[in-house]
Design a protein around this ligand. Structure first.
Ligand code: ATP
Ligand code: MG
Length: 379
């Protein structure tokens, strides 16, 4: 079992400015966390640094409270499952899974027992004699996991292990990994850029951008309280609607004004936003907070000029503009509500979960955090 802590860790590749910078994070013993971020943001670099496969250029990495900066990868007792699986093509499944233990010089009976147990756990028993070339992507992925499990590491680092799988297999493996974690209880860091994996698999997510850690927390809490427009846009599909405009005083209240809409700010946020009255702001509201009828205490009607409709089956996404506004927004409505491109429809925005961001750096303007009731409603 292992806790993992990073203190001001940087890894800058020689001759370039790329890598990861000033990362502070800690993962508790037995926790399942997610590293999420766009391609090239440094997820693999960070994972490889924790495993000892990259030497860091600054900071400290601690495992169980001990600094391991100079401890060799094999002595960190952490298993990495790579983006590419990296199976040995000339070995069959059994040999692939047994390889690490054989190198370690474990007794033959022990190797056999551990490989059998892991194979059973992963449903690989009927495939033990096959080579990787005769396996599907999902089966290869399970072999790579099995190879990690038999080593009985104190932590698993999984680098986008599901990225090569089709949607159905991905969904199955998602549940499988969560089940395995529950069973084995090992500290796990799972790297992904998949929304669903990020929201559903881990205790906490760490969102990265350009080599830096931008925000961390339980998935629903980050979803409800994004730290900036990047997180707001990244952690959802479709991304949070972001509309530029101005905060204005209306009577003794506040409203967000943009071309085509005037949206009253809920009273609960008035004090927090008061200092921004008269200033340009970015207004953020998620697509599911639009409704076909008034919903909740803070519903505001608005007119959407529909430009496109995506009928997904369970729901319809209406994409369009608030009358005359330059920015496109998307509204996620039930499958029972639809419209035609070119139509103007009245929708109701539930403003309770709204956010304001500064136009300068996109940071969220602090306001009372989304209440637990709100989190429950999202769940
Ligand atoms: N060996 C290397 N030498 C120089 N630069 C590198 C090296 N490996 C990665 N980089 C750069 O470091 C940055 C982070 O790369 P990294 O592979 O960690 O990203 P990632 O978040 O895992 O991306 P992806 O989602 O595409 O796997 C990128 O800009 C990449 O080009
Ligand atoms: Mg990567």
């Amino acid at each position: 079992m292992a806790s993992i802590e990073l203190r001001q860790v940087s890894k800058i590749y020689p001759g370039s400015a790329a890598g990861v910078k000033d990362i502070d994070l800690s993962v508790a013993d037995g926790e399942f966390v997610i590293f999420l971020g766009p391609s090239g943001c440094g997820k693999s670099t960070l994972l490889r640094s924790i495993a000892g496969l990259e030497s860091i250029t600054a900071g400290d990495i601690l495992i169980n409270g001990e600094i391991v900066n100079h401890v060799a990868p094999r002595d960190r007792n952490i298993a990495v499952v790579f983006q590419s699986y990296a199976l040995y093509p000339h070995m069959n499944v059994w040999q692939n899974m047994a390889f690490g233990l054989r190198m370690r010089g474990s007794p033959a009976e022990e190797i056999d027992a551990k490989v059998k147990e892991a194979a059973e756990l992963l449903g690989l028993t009927p495939l033990m004699q096959r080579r990787p070339s005769a396996l599907s992507g999902g089966q290869r992925q399970r072999v790579a996991l099995g190879r990690a499990i038999v080593r009985d590491p104190q932590a698993f680092l999984l680098d986008e292990p599901l990225s090569n799988l089709d949607a159905q297999l991905r969904a199955e493996m998602r549940l499988e990994l969560v089940r395995l974690h529950r069973k084995l209880g090992r500290t796990t860091i799972h790297v992904t850029h998949d929304q669903v994996e990020a929201m559903t698999m881990g205790d906490r997510i760490f969102i990265m951008k350009d080599g830096r850690l931008i925000q961390q927390g339980p998935p629903l809490e980050v979803y409800a309280n994004p730290a900036d427009t990047f997180v707001a846009g990244f952690l959802a599909s479709p991304p949070m609607n972001l509309v530029s405009g101005r905060l204005v005083e209306v009577g003794d209240g506040l409203a967000f004004r943009t071309d085509g809409a005037m949206l009253p700010i809920p009273a609960a946020f008035r004090a927090a936003y008061a200092a921004w009255a008269g200033k340009p702001v970015i207004f953020g509201l998620r697509s599911e907070d639009f409704h076909a009828a008034p919903n909740g205490d803070s519903s505001a009607p608005l007119t959407l000029q529909v430009e496109a409709v995506e009928a997904l089956g369970p729901e319809n996404i209406l994409i369009g503009r608030l009358a005359g506004a330059p920015t496109q927004v998307s509204a996620r409505l039930s499958r029972h509500y639809s419209a035609q491109p070119g139509e103007s429809v009245t929708l109701y925005a539930d403003l309770t979960p709204m956010h304001l961001f500064t136009p300068e750096d996109g940071k969220a303007i602090p306001r009372p955090r989304a209440a637990p009731a709100l989190l429950r409603r999202h769940a």
